[in-house]
Write a protein that binds this ligand. Structure first.
Ligand SMILES: *[C@@H]1O[C@H](CO)[C@@H](O)[C@H](O)[C@H]1NC(C)=O
Ligand SMILES: *[C@@H]1O[C@H](CO)[C@@H](O)[C@H](O)[C@H]1NC(C)=O
Ligand SMILES: *[C@@H]1O[C@H](CO)[C@@H](O)[C@H](O)[C@H]1NC(C)=O
Ligand SMILES: *[C@@H]1O[C@H](CO)[C@@H](O)[C@H](O)[C@H]1NC(C)=O
Length: 515
C-alpha cells in the first residue's frame, strides 16, 4: 500500500502538470518539425531525391541514440523549392494554410531561393541550416540573415584559401575568369568569394566573364583577355569549357610556365567534371600537356569508418529512385546530414538551460562557434555561424602519364596551407616563371642607345606615349566595364522579377566596386 502511494503521487503530479502547463500536447512539445526546402529537379546535385536519404539516415541515428534528445521525435516535411520563389511559398503555405510552424528549416541551397526564406526565418525566429546559400552576401548575420547557419564552407572561405595559396607563392595579382548566365550564377558567386577577399588585400585583379551557355563561345577572345590580364588565372566554368580554354591557351604557347591556371571545382561530380583532361577524343594529348599548368581547387575529402555505411545506404536509396551516377555523396548530401546533428546538439544545450525548441535564437546561437563530429569528419562552425572550409589543390605530378594528385591542403580553422610532403611538386624551383611585373619591366627596358634623340627627349616621348596610352586604355576599360555593368543591370531588371534583388545588388556592388 505505501509503495503504491509513493509511486502514484509523482505520476498524478506529472500528469496534472502536463495538462496544466500549456495548451499544446506533450506530443507536440517533443515533436521536431523539420521543413526541407530543396528542388525536385534531379539536375541539381542537392535535389530532394539525393539529399533525402542522408536526412533520413541522420534522423534515424538520432532517434536510435536516445541519449541525445530523449523522447524527441522528428517529423520531416519535404517541399520542392524549385531553386526559386517556390521555397518561400512552400514555407508560407505550411504556416498560413496548414497552421504548422516548422521548428527547423533545412535549405534552400540556391542563393535566390535561400534569401527570402532566411529573412522570414529571422522574422519568425526559426533556426535555418543550409549546406548551400554560399554567397558572400549571407555572411552578414546581424540583420536579415541572423538565423542562418551554413554547414558547408561558403565561397568566401574558399577566397581565404586562395589568399593563403597566394601568400605561399608570394603572388599578389590575379585574373578572375568565370562563366555567368544571369540565372543561378553559381560561378559568379564563387568568384565573388575570391574577389571580396583579394579586394580587402588590395590585390590588383582583372575580371572577365563570359556566357558559356551561349551558342558561340569566343575562345580567342577569352585567351586574349587572359593575355591582357595577370599571370595567375583563377577560373570557374564547366569542366568542358575549362578544357577548351586550356587547349586554346596551350595553342597560344601559354602553358610553358609563364602562367599559372587554377580551376575551381568544388563538388566533383559528373555535372561539374572531375578535373581530368581525358575525354577520349583527338585532343587528349594536347589537353594532357595543357593541364600540366592547371591546378584544381576542390574540397578536402575526409572519410571515417561510419562514412562507409552511410554512403552505402545513401547509394542504395538513391539508386532505388532510378538515379545511377558516379558519386552519390557530395558536399550537400553530407552537409544536410550534419545539419540534423548540429541542430540536435544545439537543441540539447538549449533544453539544458531551461529553454525550449521554440527559442529559435537560442538554438541558432548554440549552433555557432562549435566543433562536432560530422559523418565524414570534424565540422567546425565559426562564431558567425559559417563553417570553416578545408580545401585541397590537385595538380599534375607526372606530365608523361598525365596523373593528377592532391599536392596541398588548406585547413580553414587554422588558416594554414600545407604542401603534401610525399608528392613530387610539379612546380619545383625554376619550373614556374610567374613574373608579376612583366609589363613594368618591358617598358623600363626600352632600348635607347640607338635612338637618335637626346635622352631627355626620349624620356619625354616615352613618358608621354605611356601616359597617353594609359589614358586611352583607362578610358577604354572604363567604358567597357561601364557598359558591361549597365547591360547586366538592365538584363537583371528583366529576368529578376520576383528574385531576390537586394542580395544581387549587394553582390554586384561588392564585386565591381574595385573594377
Ligand atoms: C549517442 O549520442 C552521444 C551524445 O551525442 C554520443 O556520445 C554517442 O557516441 C552516440 N552513440 C551512438 C551509438 O551513436
Ligand atoms: C572523368 O570524366 C571523364 C568524362 O567525363 C571520364 O572519361 C573519366 O574516366 C573520368 N575520370 C575519373 C577519374 O573519374
Ligand atoms: C573526382 O572523383 C574521382 C573518383 O570519384 C577522383 O578520382 C578524382 O580525383 C576526383 N576529382 C576531384 C577534382 O576531386
Ligand atoms: C568561441 O568558443 C571559445 C571556447 O570554446 C571561446 O573561448 C571564444 O571566446 C568563443 N568565441 C566567440 C566569438 O564567442
Amino acid at each position: 500500500m505505501p509503495s503504491f502511494f509513493l509511486l502514484s503521487v509523482p505520476c498524478i503530479l506529472v500528469a496534472w502538470m502536463l495538462l496544466a502547463s500549456s495548451s499544446s500536447s506533450p506530443d507536440e512539445e517533443k515533436l521536431i518539425r523539420v521543413l526541407v526546402l530543396l528542388p525536385k529537379d534531379n539536375s541539381y546535385l542537392f535535389s530532394l531525391a539525393r539529399v533525402k536519404p542522408a536526412i533520413e539516415y541522420a534522423v534515424r541515428s538520432q532517434q536510435e541514440n536516445g541519449t541525445c534528445l530523449p523522447g524527441y521525435r522528428f517529423e520531416v516535411i519535404y517541399e520542392d523549392s524549385e531553386c526559386g520563389n517556390r521555397a518561400l511559398f512552400s514555407l508560407v503555405d505550411l504556416v498560413a494554410l496548414k497552421q504548422q510552424k516548422p521548428d527547423l528549416l533545412l535549405g534552400p541551397v540556391c542563393e535566390y531561393a535561400a534569401a527570402p526564406v532566411a529573412r522570414l526565418a529571422s522574422h519568425w525566429n526559426l533556426p535555418m541550416i543550409s549546406a548551400g546559400a554560399l554567397a558572400t552576401g549571407f555572411s552578414t548575420k546581424t540583420g536579415e540573415y541572423s538565423h542562418l547557419t551554413r554547414v558547408s564552407p561558403a565561397y568566401s572561405k574558399m577566397g581565404e584559401m586562395f589568399l593563403a595559396l597566394f601568400r605561399h607563392h608570394k603572388w599578389s595579382r590575379a585574373t578572375l575568369l568565370y562563366s555567368d548566365n544571369n540565372q543561378e550564377r553559381n560561378c559568379y558567386f564563387t568568384m565573388e568569394g575570391v574577389h571580396v577577399v583579394f579586394q580587402e588585400e588590395a590585390f590588383p585583379m582583372a575580371v572577365h566573364s563570359f556566357d558559356e551557355s551561349g551558342r558561340y563561345l569566343d575562345l580567342d577572345e577569352i585567351v586574349r583577355s587572359i593575355q591582357a590580364g595577370e599571370r595567375v588565372v583563377i577560373m570557374c566554368a564547366s569542366g568542358d569549357t575549362i578544357r577548351n580554354i586550356m587547349l586554346a591557351a596551350h595553342r597560344q604557347g601559354m602553358t610553358n610556365g609563364d602562367y599559372a591556371f587554377f580551376n575551381i571545382e568544388l563538388f566533383n561530380s559528373s555535372s561539374y567534371g572531375n578535373g581530368s583532361w581525358k575525354r577520349g577524343d583527338k585532343h587528349d594529348l594536347e589537353a594532357k600537356q595543357a593541364y600540366s599548368s592547371l591546378q584544381t581547387v576542390t574540397l578536402l575529402r575526409t572519410v571515417k569508418p561510419e562514412f562507409e555505411r552511410f554512403s552505402m545506404e545513401v547509394k542504395s536509396s538513391v539508386q532505388k529512385q532510378g538515379l545511377n551516377e558516379d558519386d552519390y555523396i557530395n558536399m550537400f548530401v553530407e552537409g544536410f546530414h550534419d545539419a540534423i546533428l548540429l541542430y540536435a546538439l544545439a537543441l540539447r544545450e538549449v533544453l539544458k538551460y531551461g529553454f525550449s525548441k521554440k527559442d529559435g535564437d537560442k538554438i541558432v546561437h548554440q549552433t555557432r562557434n562549435r566543433t562536432y563530429e560530422g559523418i565524414a569528419g570534424q565540422v567546425s562552425i565559426d562564431a558567425n555561424g559559417d563553417r570553416y572550409g578545408d580545401f585541397s589543390v590537385i595538380a599534375m605530378t607526372n606530365p608523361e602519364a598525365g596523373t593528377q594528385e592532391v599536392i596541398g591542403d588548406y585547413y580553414g580553422k587554422q588558416g594554414r596551407f600545407e604542401i603534401r610532403s610525399n608528392v613530387k611538386y610539379p612546380w619545383g624551383p625554376g619550373k614556374l616563371r610567374i613574373d608579376e611585373n612583366r609589363v613594368l619591366e618591358h617598358t623600363n627596358n626600352t632600348p635607347c642607345k640607338s635612338c637618335g634623340l637626346g635622352e631627355s627627349a626620349v624620356t619625354g616621348i616615352v613618358v608621354g606615349a605611356l601616359l597617353g596610352a594609359g589614358l586611352l586604355m583607362a578610358f577604354y576599360f572604363f567604358r567597357k566595364k561601364y557598359r558591361i555593368t549597365i547591360e547586366r543591370r538592365s538584363q537583371q531588371e528583366e529576368c529578376n522579377v520576383g528574385k531576390h534583388r537586394q542580395l544581387r545588388e549587394d553582390s554586384i556592388r561588392s564585386h565591381f566596386s574595385a573594377a
